[in-house]
Design a protein around this ligand. Structure first.
Ligand SMILES: *Cc1c(COP(=O)(O)O)cnc(C)c1O
Length: 360
């Protein structure tokens, strides 16, 4: 068996130890005689798995007691609708910051429910930076302020947590959650699709302040109401049980390896090494403003895009997979989430230098 280094943006690399434990427990979870996939979500065994996962996530992120943690389906994309449906609470407008492809999708969905006030946008700069906060135009009547702390496609990460005044702050943390410690108490809602830094696809984690639950817009379906999931411990219907279990293994792995402080240190080093390699070379480049460069997703272009196909082919042959950039920006993208080992980044940097020597 050979495990490649997989730079996919999502679904993405998982820690090898986690996959091994899942394999060991696949047919018989801890003497239960069955796979986690085969268990009732309401049984004692799965309840213990679910509760442990939530407790570990709460500990890792230091989530205050007045927040609910929901384990739901529908992806981050469903949250684009659930956020306005649950947070408008009689208001007619919400503030959005447009810093890339995922912001745009969130904005388009919110427009079905309310007036979107574009507080700031970096679209004119082709999404290569975060507009400075003193240039933002917040609306006094906004129900909340939504932003995307890490734009997975453009590789742009906020260097700060925005000030939203009295309005709750809402963050799509799909591609940055658990990459470093954050102060959860600054947020009204944090949501993330699992398939980047949490676990397998099919699970979405929502962290929501309790006072924001319970006043959805009229006509909100039960499944789109945060209250439904908060009141039932995410067991209103069948939750994504296996993904929830694997996420729990990832949380344990994070705790064993030093928690989010240690993870932040490793992520900073991995990203720093890759950006340094790109900046030192005149063959590779990254367009993002230095203080907004993502730790998780590193897009880069080759001086001659005619070499892209060769680069990808040769990288693949050396076990460096899924480096093709998103079709909307072209070039390459190396996603180096929590589970990407340092050796993977080192191997990529060495390959890039070697490719440049031969083709630069
Ligand atoms: C991947 C991603 C999404 C989409 O997630 P789904 O779970 O596929 O709906 C949304 N926002 C960001 C920032 C992402 O990285």
């Amino acid at each position: 068996m050979t495990r490649a280094f997989n730079f996919s943006a999502g679904p993405a690399v998982l820690p090898e130890e986690v996959l091994q434990q899942a394999r060991e427990e696949m047919l018989d979870w801890q003497g239960s005689g069955m796979s986690v996939m085969e268990m009732s979500h309401r049984g004692k065994q799965f309840s213990s798995i679910a509760q442990q996962a939530e407790a570990d996530l709460r500990e890792l992120m230091a989530i205050p007691g007045n927040y609910k943690v929901l384990f739901v389906q529908g992806g981050a994309s469903s949250q684009f609708a659930m956020v306005p449906m649950n947070l408008l609470r009689g208001k007619k407008t919400a503030d959005y910051v447009n810093t890339g492809s995922w912001s745009k999708k969130a904005i388009a969905e919110a427009k079905r429910f309310c007036e979107v006030n574009l507080a700031a946008s970096s679209e004119a700069d082709k999404f290569t930076n975060v507009p400075p906060q003193d240039s933002w135009n917040l609306n006094q009547d906004a129900a909340y302020l939504h932003y995307t702390p890490n734009e997975t496609i453009q590789g742009v990460e906020f260097p700060l947590i925005p000030e939203s005044g009295d309005a709750p702050l809402v963050a799509d943390m799909s591609s940055t959650i658990l990459s470093r410690p954050i102060d959860v108490s600054k947020f009204g809602v944090i949501y993330a699709g699992a398939q980047k830094n949490i676990g397998p696809a099919g699970l979405t984690v929502v962290i929501v302040r309790e006072d924001l639950i319970g006043e959805p817009v009229a006509g909100t379906p039960a499944m789109f109401n945060y209250g439904t999931h908060a009141d039932s411990g995410s067991m209103y219907n069948t939750p994504p049980t296996y993904a929830w279990y694997v996420a729990g293994l990832v949380f344990k792995w994070l705790k064993r390896t030093g928690g989010l402080e240690a993870m932040a240190q490793r992520n900073k080093e991995k990203a720093g090494a890759l950006y340094a390699a790109i900046d030192q070379s005149s063959f590779y480049s990254n367009p993002v403003a230095r203080d907004c460069r993502s730790w998780m997703n590193v897009p880069f272009t080759l001086a001659d895009s005619n070499l892209d196909a060769d680069f990808l082919k040769q990288a693949g042959a050396t076990g460096l997979l899924t480096l093709k950039g998103h079709r909307s920006v072209g070039g390459m993208r190396a996603s180096i989430y929590n589970a990407m080992p340092e050796e993977g980044v080192t191997a990529l940097i060495e390959f890039m230098a070697d490719f440049e020597r031969r083709h630069g």
